[in-house]
Design a protein around this ligand. Structure first.
Ligand code: ATP
Length: 202
């Protein structure tokens, strides 16, 4: 079984910067966000179920999912969110598990914003939290997305707190320096994970 490290953190914490660097080091990275898009691609059974449940107006003219409409529908009604999550979570999990199974490196990374909240951490042996001071998190996210600070603050407030994440972390990267500093921290953990993966397969 592949040794899997889950990477998580809040919005704009640096998860992608971290997982990109693991990938550069030759490690297979499975992205939960990508998996959640794949399971509702055209032709997938989940898309037909969503259209049957919410009506055809949930699809765009080209037959693909209208994500903005779906977001509005589940935002208005928590029971609709629950319905959607119970449909998609098992499928996303399957998609992730198959990506991890096909990993071609000594260990694999699963990067997920909701690693623990969604139960995906059950697919991992270790949880790496990317932690960042809130001021810096806000500044980097606003710069990246060009969104108003109030909107980013609202998202941050709705997510798990720094302390909640640190409570379930096995490893922590504090992403408060340069990108170069971040890469060095990833490289140090990479060495540890290579050793752990080797030990766990013996
Ligand atoms: P999301 O969950 O919103 O997708 P994320 O956790 O994947 O975010 P990134 O996209 O990796 O976060 O980082 C957010 C932004 O901050 C990006 O523009 C990234 O280039 C930048 N960034 C990340 N780490 C650093 C750093 N150490 N120094 C400078 N910029 C950084």
């Amino acid at each position: 079984m592949t040794f899997v490290v889950g990477v998580t953190g809040g919005i704009g914490s640096g998860k992608t910067a971290v997982s990109d660097h693991f990938q550069r080091l030759g490690i297979t990275v499975v992205d939960a966000d990508l998996a959640s898009r794949v399971v509702v691609e055209t032709g997938r059974p989940a898309l037909a179920e969503i259209a049957a449940h919410f009506g055809p107006e949930i699809l765009q003219a080209d037959g693909t999912l209208d994500r903005a409409q779906l977001r509005t529908a589940i935002f208005k009604d928590p029971s609709e969110r629950q319905w959607l999550e119970s449909l998609l979570h098992p499928l996303i999990r399957q998609e992730i598990a198959s990506g991890l199974k096909n990993a071609s490196s000594p260990y694999a990374i699963l990067v997920s914003p909701l690693l623990v909240e969604s139960g995906q951490s059950q697919l991992t042996q270790r949880v790496l939290v990317v932690d960042v001071p809130e001021e810096l998190q806000l500044q980097r996210t606003v710069n990246r997305d060009n969104n108003p600070p109030e909107q980013v603050k609202a998202i941050m407030a709705a997510q798990a707190s720094r302390q909640q994440r640190l409570n379930y972390a096995d490893d922590v990267i504090v992403n408060d320096g340069s990108l170069m500093d971040l890469q060095e921290k990833v490289e140090a953990l990479h060495q540890q994970y290579l050793t752990m993966a080797k030990t766990s397969s013996e």
